[in-house]
Write a protein that binds this ligand. Structure first.
Ligand SMILES: [Zn+2]
Length: 117
């Protein structure tokens, strides 16, 4: 049996559109080893329908998931950095406007004070 070049991890459908079924190998080289196979491929062995060992598919899936997880972790770190920056900017803006308010208040107090004289 030849392994078709399937790059996804766990196959669900063959290129022919047929659903993938899990079978158990009865060969001497791979006794009781489970594999994914297209139903049509099982009948028409000359055509290159999907075949994939289940254990290999699971290993691929784990690899794919850990790559995905690393990407997600990277995205979270980027978000964390940009969020921190945004918060810092907001705080700075707020501080700045507070300073202006303070000066404004002081100025109007001074004006009132001078009018009293
Ligand atoms: Zn097929």
């Amino acid at each position: 049996m030849t392994n078709t070049k399937y790059h996804g991890a766990i196959p669900s459908r063959c290129w022919c559109g047929k659903k993938i079924v899990t079978y158990v190998s009865k060969t001497e080289e791979n006794p009781y080893r489970r594999f994914f196979r297209c139903e049509i491929g099982l009948q028409r062995k000359k055509e290159n329908h999907l075949f994939k060992w289940v254990d290999e598919a699971l290993l691929d899936e784990i690899e794919r998931m850990s790559e995905h997880q690393a990407r997600v972790a990277e995205e979270i770190e980027d978000l964390r950095i940009s969020m921190k920056k945004t918060v810092q900017e907001e705080v700075m803006n707020h501080k700045h406007s507070l300073d202006i308010d303070c000066v404004g208040t002081l100025f109007s107090l001074l004006c009132l004070w001078s009018k009293c004289d």
